[in-house]
Structure formats: C-alpha cells, structure tokens
Design a protein around this ligand. Structure first.
Ligand code: ATP
Ligand code: MG
Length: 558
C-alpha cells in the first residue's frame, strides 16, 4: 500500500464531524489510549497513540491514558512504568487523566449485580470446555446452559460467594444472558467474570474474580465519559456486545470505532511474540534497537517527531495492510537530516601519513549541519597522521572507482586535496598510505579550480577516540515472517541483523555526546549514542541511502 495516498480527512474524523454536527456528544471529543500492561509498547501502539491524542488535540478535546489492567496474571509494574515513559517520549500529555481499569472494579461489580437483578446475567457452572462446546459454531446454533434460567436470587447469592472466594479457579463464571443462537458468536452468552485467585499489581488480593475484556472495556469508556472509543478491526465483531452491555445497563454510551492495525514488513508486532524474543534472549531486551518497540526505536536513534510524522502519513484505513519499513526509515532520515549534526568517524581504519605536513596539528572550521545554520561550526584537528576508511583506497581500482588509488588526488573533506604517492603492504594487505597535500587547497578547494572526482572522510590519528559501532539490518530475512506456512517466525530471524565493529576511530568532538544523542557520520549514516554502555558506543539508526522512492515505484507498478 502507498501511504502517501491517504488524505488527512479519514473516516474516523468524518464520523466525529458528523457527531459534532448532529450534537450526539454535545460537541465533546474525548478519546483514550488503553494499553494492557503486559509488555512494552511497539510502533503499532504509536499509531493508536498518535491517533487518539492527535484527534483530541485537533478537536480541542481530551485523551486519557488508561491501563487496561483487568488480567492479573500477565501484568507487571515494569510494563506500567515503561508505557508511561514511552507515551511521554512520543510527546503526548494526558495531564491528570492517568487511569487504571482496576480502579473501577467496585463499580463494575455493581453493574454486574444490576444485570443479574434485571435477569440479564446468570452464574454458570459449566466448565470452560463445556462452555466452548455449548457455544456451537458459525454454522450451528449454541445450546443453552442448564443453569441459564436459575432464579435471580440464586445467581446473586452465587456471585456474592464467587467474589468472597468460596470457589476455586474456573468452578463458576458469570455470563450475560443474550442469545445462544445469535449469528455473532460473541453474543452467545459471553462470560463476564471468571474466578482467578491471583494477586493483582494494583488491587492486591482484594479480588478473586476478574472481569473479561468485553464486559470491562465499555464500562471503562462509559465511566470516563469517552466519546469515541477507537480500537483495531478485530473488535468490530465485539461492538454489538459493547453496545448490548451499555444499553442493558442504560448508562452513558460512547461510540466504538474500529480501524486497521499497523503492520510493518520485516518485523513482528505482537507483544506476545516480542516477549518471546526477549525471554528467549534472541535480542538483548525490550529496548534492543532491532525491535519495533518504542524503547528499541528510541535506542536506535529514531526521533519521536519522525514516528509521529510516519503515523500521520500512513493514515487510518478500514482494511488491514502492511507498510514497507523503508517508509518508516524515510521519515526517520527526513527528520534527522534537518536536526542531526554531522561528524566524521572511520569504521575500518587505514593509516595515512601526510609527508608534507608539519608535526603540529591544524584546526579546521567545520559546519555542524548544513541544513541548520543555527547549529554553528566546530574545530576539527588535522595532522600528519590520519585514518581513512579502508574501503576508500584500492591499489588497482576498477573503472568506476573514483576514490583514492596510487597517484590519484581526492578531497579530504573540510581539509585539503590529497594525492597518494605510495602504499605500504604487509603481504596482501595494505597497512599504510603515503600522501601529499596541496597546501594551497586548505578547506578543500583547488586554487586553480581543477576538479577532483571524490571526497572522503578522515580523522586525525593522534586525536581520534576509539569507538564501537553497531550496524543493524532488518530483524527478519523475509518481509512477512508470520506469513510462512509451518515455519516458526524465530527461524526466520536474520543472523546479520547486528554487526559489532570494534576499533573504530572517531573525531574528538564526539566526547561531548550525551546518551541518546543523534548525529550523522558523514557518508556512513545517522547514529545514536547508546545509553547503556560506558565509553563510546554508537548505534547506526539508518544508512544515508534512501530506498523508499525505489520501493514506492515498484509498488506503483505492482
Ligand atoms: P498486541 O497484539 O501487540 O499485544 P494489543 O492490541 O493486545 O497489541 P493493547 O495493549 O491491548 O495491545 O493495545 C492498546 C491499544 O493499542 C489498543 O487500542 C490497540 O487496538 C492498539 N494497537 C495495538 N496494536 C496496534 C497496531 N499494530 N496498530 C494499531 N493499533 C494498535
Ligand atoms: Mg491485548
């Protein structure tokens, strides 16, 4: 799909406009982002965050951050903290509206009692397996439970005792009394509460019955006065139930709207699978720069404004599709090109001795970012011993190789025109170059206007700092790691996804970098100072070459 084809006026905003016109919510717009704290956020969540917070902002409304913490067994404080950090980092503000679904457990229970009293819910004693059996299938109607028509008083008493802890896990459930032959399976007397003797991160041991998602979610939205409950397409079939609960209770009723989830090529996006990669140590943690997690992207060097831009430009749709990861990288480059300072660093150093340069260093004035005059200049030391990239020299260059070679002149960026006069070999390996500068070419321009075909980067050997550089490729070798029949996605992990280069040489100004600082190494790409490692460790965010235009062309053709 071509993300550029979307207009900013999507179907969700059209629905909201319509509501505002007909006065359904008195012109109010109140959304929420409702993560379950059972993992770290990923870029799919970023899409939902940008949508919910973005819409609230556009309409002068509000957006809540609500932890959907109704399932005690998989949820942890660490996840709560990481989600708060990530939403903030993305640049959104919920002000004083940070909520937990578990704060509504009492209210939810009252509502459940109300439904039982109205004859719209009952305590069932079928086992989970029997419930599944009784549900029927898409082609056959379900069968009613023998407990379905038990007296209201009996259900009320059993519900009270379920809550009091008299029964073991799974012994009883509370079910809505809807319709066992409803064509929508979600309407066949769905379970509202199950018994689970588990400690909850927020409510401790107060509860041993926990609400199911479908029962809880609409209540949470209703309690918070949400106007538009935006969720992903897989909940479309659950909307009739969302509406049924709120209608039967006769309480404030938000509008659920579904949109297509974000999928990206060469990665997986579900928290369960990301957790599998983290726990199986296939990656270094939730913030591994190869993961599509927000914290991984932050560590990789993606600027939050690039993620917001990406989410805005892909738009929202009603059908699921997959976005090319190259488009995300394109947005990242775009943002970094404007903001990242340029530096020089050599990943695979080859020593160069300048024969006609004194023992003293000289300081070159270098522009920090040609795209941003405000970024100013810095001093970069040049001396008679330098490092250049091994790949920028060839003893016997083929036709189209314009970089350094015996007898050839190139530009050393921001410094001088330099001619290679000799090279020293150790066996097959070049170990040192001898070169001469044109002293008249300081700054890099020839006095007589003669042209050189190539410009290369360098660092002064004496002043250089040692660094480790980590290069990344896609996490998986195939575009759709989940689309392969009978192959576990972990078998498709890319063995080349991380390459660690030690012994890199970088210019001394990099000493000033703080963790997470983003910058460009000229000719090599955008990088980010790794936060977790002492010393100089840089993660490559993206190489410089943008492949999005090419992919877009291919997609248009297809
Ligand atoms: P996952 O399947 O990755 O575990 P989830 O939907 O279970 O995700 P939640 O914490 O329940 O994760 O989701 C919080 C919100 O983020 C929900 O409104 C959900 O619809 C939305 N969301 C999750 N994944 C995506 C995605 N890939 N694209 C868009 N929105 C998403
Ligand atoms: Mg979920």
């Amino acid at each position: 799909m071509d993300p550029e084809e979307h207009s900013s006026r999507d179907f969700i905003r059209e629905i909201i406009d319509e509501h505002n016109k007909n006065g359904q919510f008195e012109g109010r717009v109140h959304t929420r982002f409702p993560p379950e704290p059972n993992g770290y956020l990923h870029i799919g969540h970023a899409k939902s965050i940008c949508l919910n917070f973005g819409i609230a902002e556009e309409y002068g409304g509000q957006c809540n951050l609500r932890f959907d913490d109704t399932n005690p067994s998989k949820e942890e404080e660490e996840y709560v903290r990481s989600i708060i950090r990530d939403v903030q980092w993305l640049g959104f503000d919920w002000e004083d509206r940070l909520f937990f679904s578990s704060d509504y457990f009492d209210k939810m229970y009252e509502y459940a009692v109300q439904l039982v009293k109205a004859g719209k819910a009952y305590v069932d004693e079928l086992s989970a397996e029997e419930i599944r059996e009784y549900r029927g299938s898409l082609t056959t109607p379900g069968k009613e439970s023998p407990h379905r028509d038990r007296p209201t008083e009996e259900s009320l008493d059993l519900l009270e005792r379920m809550k009091a802890g008299e029964f073991g896990d799974g012994e009883k459930v509370l079910r809505a009394k809807v319709d066992m032959s409803h064509p929508n399976m979600n309407m066949r007397d769905p379970v509202m509460y199950r018994i689970l003797h588990a400690t909850h991160h927020n409510t401790g041991d107060k509860w041993c019955i926990y609400p199911m998602y479908d029962w809880a979610h609409g209540l949470e939205d209703s309690i918070e006065g949400i106007t538009h409950s935006i969720c992903t397409l897989e909940f479309e079939n659950h909307r009739p139930l969302y509406d049924w609960f709120l209608n039967e209770l006769g309480i404030y009723h938000p509008q659920q709207i579904e949109f297509a989830r974000l999928n990206l090529t060469y990665t997986v996006m579900s928290k369960r699978m990301l957790l599998e990669l983290v726990e199986g140590k296939y990656v270094s943690g939730w913030d591994d720069p190869r993961l599509p997690s927000i914290s991984g992207m932050k560590r990789r060097g993606y600027p939050p404004e690039a993620i917001r831009e990406f989410c805005g430009r892909i738009g929202v749709a009603k059908v699921n599709s997959t976005i090319a990861i190259e488009f995300l990288e394109h947005c990242v480059r775009d943002a970094l090109n404007r903001t990242a300072r340029r530096y020089m660093g050599v990943l695979d150093p080859l020593k160069v001795v300048i024969e006609n340069f004194s023992d003293e260093e000289e300081f070159m004035d270098v522009v920090n970012n040609p795209e941003d005059p405000e970024a100013g200049t810095r001093k970069v030391p040049f001396s008679n011993e330098l490092y250049i990239e091994r790949g920028d020299f060839m003893v016997d260059p083929p036709k189209k190789f314009y970089r350094l070679a015996p007898g050839r002149e190139v530009r050393f960026r921001n410094a001088y025109l330099v001619t290679c006069t000799d090279h020293i070999m150790d066996g097959e390996k070049v170990v040192e170059l001898r070169c001469r500068i044109d002293p008249e070419s300081r700054g890099g321009d020839a006095p007589d206007g003669r042209k050189v075909r190539s410009t290369i980067h360098w660092v002064s050997a004496k002043h250089a700092l040692d660094a480790e550089v980590r290069l990344y490729e896609t996490l998986f070798t195939v575009e759709e790691p989940l689309g392969q029949k009978d192959v576990d996605f972990k078998e498709l992990l890319n063995p080349e996804s991380l390459k660690v280069l030690k012994g890199c040489k970088v210019e001394p100004s990099l000493q000033e970098l703080q963790p997470y600082d983003r910058f460009q190494f000229e000719r090599l790409g955008y990088f980010c100072a790794d936060p977790d490692t002492t010393g100089m460790v840089f993660n490559r965010t993206v190489p410089l070459r943008d492949t999005w235009a090419k992919i877009q062309k291919q997609q248009r053709k297809a």
